[in-house]
Design a protein. Structure first.
Length: 95
């Protein structure tokens, strides 16, 4: 359940970054950029809570099986979010 929530929040982070790129006003772009970073951070926190839940349950096999995919997904989430938000901030600066 927490993995689905993390996925939804990650997609929302990219959507807010997209809104920031397409927003004509600089203030709204900055607000959307901030929301995007917050959604990405919350998405990563949800993943940490999911790993913690598995540790408390003693399900170390599940952690070993999924940790590489979680790591790759986290790196992609952070990288794409940062790139999109940097594009949005550069566009907002030029407005």
């Amino acid at each position: 359940m927490l993995n689905i929530l993390s996925l939804i929040l990650g997609v929302c982070a990219w959507v807010f970054a997209g809104f920031a790129i397409t927003t004509p006003k600089a203030f709204a772009a900055h607000k959307n950029t901030m929301m995007s970073f917050c959604m990405g951070a919350i998405s990563l926190l949800v993943q940490l809570f999911e790993i913690n839940r598995r540790v408390l349950c003693g399900d170390f096999a599940a952690i070993e099986d999924t940790i590489r995919a979680i790591l790759i997904a986290s790196v992609v989430l952070v990288s794409v979010t940062i790139i999109l938000n940097l594009v949005a901030l550069v566009k907002a600066k030029n407005k």
